[in-house]
Design a binder for this molecule. Structure first.
Ligand code: Q0Z
Length: 302
């Protein structure tokens, strides 16, 4: 059964929060259990099947980056060991097989710390209309997917429904406890620089990424959530980078191509649930996550 995708996560623990792909449970007053399922989303919807091992691969990537960036800032990671999980949940957490992390509970900052090194998505739309991204003026003549002269911080609100909304740094500062935004912003830019440089040396462009930070009881600003995974970032294969047009996604390209092909019979703009992914698409997508994991961590998966 090791090759079946884990799309639903049920544990005998108090449930704190559900994301599209992740779940959060309570372990105690200062510990949470963070679980990455094998679910995959595309065009803002969750596919009916998961990608086998995706949760393990992304958890492995996050843990790798927590280790590779702990000199920049503290992070919430405590342990990936099953024996850190209380007895009541240990049997069921065993079935999660590397999809979980015990993390320190923080007081979360209510802002998404987005850092962009390339001009895409809402940044590209913004630039075409205004010549700026989130109020940050940029040189004229940039093309879609061009690298920016410097990485930029473009905060966003955490939307509970719909899309996150870009906000100004001043607005972000008002949402956060006094003195916290600039500390987290500087960490975010440094983390992006470190990770983008590292990934580039391994054939992956880290176009942009989203961090979350929280505050520890001693006041320290701490990196939280999953970090620098394909779900929180745009990864592009460096050898296929071609500014001036939309880029292929390292991980989700096969899913997107299939969903928008006539074969799927599905319209992303419809309210219909997406059709089941063909086995071949699931397999090729899993290969991409394995490839990203192996290139970035330098480890062989399994
Ligand atoms: C993260 C999220 C979801 C996974 C709350 N260390 C922390 N301390 C306090 N709160 C959080 C964390 Cl990571 C926290 N989220 C986002 C939602 C699954 C992560 F459903 N929410």
């Amino acid at each position: 059964m090791g090759d079946a995708a884990i799309t639903s996560v049920e544990l005998d623990l108090p449930h704190v929060s559900s994301g599209k792909v992740r779940e959060l449970f309570e372990l105690g007053p200062d510990r949470l259990l963070f679980v990455a399922s094998d679910r995959i989303s595309a065009y803002d919807v969750i596919m009916p099947q998961g990608i086998p091992d995706k949760g393990r691969l992304l958890t492995g990537m996050s843990i790798f980056w927590f280790g590779a960036t702990s000199d920049i800032c503290p992070n919430h990671f405590v342990s990936a060991a099953t024996d850190e999980v209380p007895r009541v949940a240990r049997d069921s957490v065993g079935a999660l097989e590397g999809r979980h992390m015990v993390v320190r509970r923080l007081e979360m900052l209510p802002v998404e710390f987005v850092v962009r090194g390339y001009l895409v998505g809402s940044g590209w739309r913004d630039y075409r209309c205004t010549g700026a991204v989130c109020g940050i003026p940029l040189p004229p003549g940039l093309r879609e997917a061009d690298q920016l002269p410097e990485p930029i911080f473009t905060p966003a609100t955490k939307a509970t429904v719909g899309h996150d909304e870009n906000i100004s740094e001043e607005q972000a500062e008002e949402l956060c406890p006094p003195g916290t935004l600039k500390v987290a912003r500087d960490y975010a830019i440094e983390l992006y620089r470190r990770a983008a440089g590292y990934a580039r040396g391994r054939g992956i462009i880290l176009a942009d990424t989203k961090f979350e930070f929280g505050r520890r009881s001693d006041g320290a600003i701490v990196l939280a959530d999953e970090v620098l995974t394909p779900d929180s970032s745009r990864f592009w294969p460096a050898d296929q980078w071609q500014p001036g047009r939309p880029q292929q996604s390292f991980d989700k390209q096969f899913v997107r191509d299939w969903l928008t092909s006539p074969d799927s019979g599905w319209d992303p703009k419809s309210d219909q649930p997406p059709p089941p992914l063909p086995a071949e698409i699931v397999e090729r997508t899993r290969d991409r996550y394995v490839e990203a994991y192996q290139r970035l961590t330098g480890r062989t998966f399994q």
